[in-house]
Design a protein around this ligand. Structure first.
Ligand code: PMP
Length: 373
């Protein structure tokens, strides 16, 4: 929240639409089992650490100069990584920033803003409304669960809401945080067609964890110049501290983002370490399958406790059926396990960690779980 001063002078100076707003604030607590921000629990492998260190050493003497403003080499490497999924992506279709949060901000800076509307379907990633609002866009909280199952987003419901609000930016999140489930491409296609004047963003931060048969929206980019697919190295790539997020879109849309980025926004060390990590993509992604196994183990384990886990295509599980979610959150913390209270009554979200962390979480849950009556 806004820092309090004796006379509220700063609050009086603040933009009216920011007064009383809360900053993003997932707790960063030093406890044994940290499963609250969907990071990877696995450290960077030693061989990659060595290459990252060498890469930083190589750019250090030139830090007197600004870095490559167009991050050409990095863009080429990201395009090659995306293309390895089977959909050819050209470097001119790629943009990057310090985390996908920054590329999302670039999109709303260019296509949202004062007098413009951004629509998302709640619950989804909590930064979509914060980033949209921070640049002055009007946020519209769209609804999920209109198809009869909790948190679903049907074609009919999504299209009706897009038509009702005629937004300038639409956020879809697939696999969705915090619910975990991927959207069908039919929803993306229908939203794109209905949102005639909008840039449609599909936030695919967790795409590498999706279950088979849930293709990426990258496959829809051809012929859709208003479609944007965002990705990150923070999750499956186990590189959250490296701060590198990116997107793929039509080259003309990417070009427009140059108007709103700050010059040289990707530092030389950032570009160098991301390139080093991308050169080792298979090693960096090696734990994805283990994490998916732990995710599925969590779903089974929580169901056995009489709780209500949501099927997940991500590296986390949202689970419901709790009598008092904030109380369960505290009792887990007392046992050294930090999970996320995403503010949905009776639900908590847990990241799939190592097998040992998952075991610790499930053991603690067996002690504290009090299913809803
Ligand atoms: N999108 C989603 C859906 C997320 O969950 C997150 C991180 N929690 C992000 C984007 C942003 O991640 P980063 O800025 O680290 O790329």
């Amino acid at each position: 929240s806004v820092p309090a001063t004796a006379d509220g002078a700063i609050t009086a100076l603040l933009r009216a639409d920011l007064r009383g707003e809360k900053p993003y604030g997932a707790p960063q607590l030093d406890v044994p089992v940290r499963l609250n921000t969907n990071e990877s629990s696995y450290p960077v492998p030693p061989a990659v650490v060595a290459e990252i260190t060498a890469a930083v050493a190589a750019v250090a003497p030139d830090l007197n100069r600004y870095p490559d403003r167009e991050f050409t080499e990095l863009r080429t490497a990201l395009a090659a990584y995306l293309s390895s999924s089977g959909t050819a992506i050209d470097p001119a279709q790629v943009w990057a920033g310090n985390g996908s949060n920054e590329v999302l901000q670039h999109v709303v800076l260019a296509f949202g803003g004062p007098g413009r509307t951004a629509l998302g379907f709640t619950p989804a990633y909590s930064m979509h409304p914060i980033i949209s609002g921070s640049v002055g866009s009007t946020w519209v909280d769209g609804l999920r669960g209109q198809g009869g199952t909790p948190f679903d987003l049907t074609v009919e419901s999504a299209v009706a809401q897009v038509r009702a609000h005629d937004p300038h930016v639409v956020f879809l999140c697939s696999p969705n945080n915090p619910t975990g489930t991927a959207l069908g491409l039919d929803v993306v296609e229908a939203v794109y067609a209905a949102a005639e004047r909008a840039v449609v963003v599909v936030d695919e931060a967790y795409e590498e964890f999706a279950r088979p048969g849930r293709p990426s929206a990258l496959t829809l980019l051809a012929g859709r110049p208003r479609l944007v697919v965002t990705r990150t190295m923070s999750k499956a790539f186990a590189f959250a501290g490296g701060r590198l997020g990116y997107l793929a879109a039509d080259p003309a849309l990417v070009d427009a983002l140059r108007l709103v980025r700050l010059p040289y926004h990707l530092s030389a060390p950032t570009q160098a370490i991301a390139l080093a990590a991308l050169r080792h993509a298979p090693e960096m992604l090696a734990t994805v399958e283990v994490i998916k196994e732990q995710r599925d183990r969590i779903v089974v384990g929580l169901a056995e406790l009489g709780l209500d886990p949501v099927a997940s295509d991500a590296n986390f599980v949202l689970f419901g059926g709790l009598d008092d979610a904030p109380q369960t959150w505290r009792e887990l913390l007392d046992r050294g396990v930090l999970v996320r209270d995403v503010g949905i009554p009776h639900y908590l979200r847990v990241t799939a960690g190592t097998p040992a962390e998952t075991g610790a979480f499930l053991a603690a849950m067996a002690q504290v779980a009090r299913p809803e009556q």
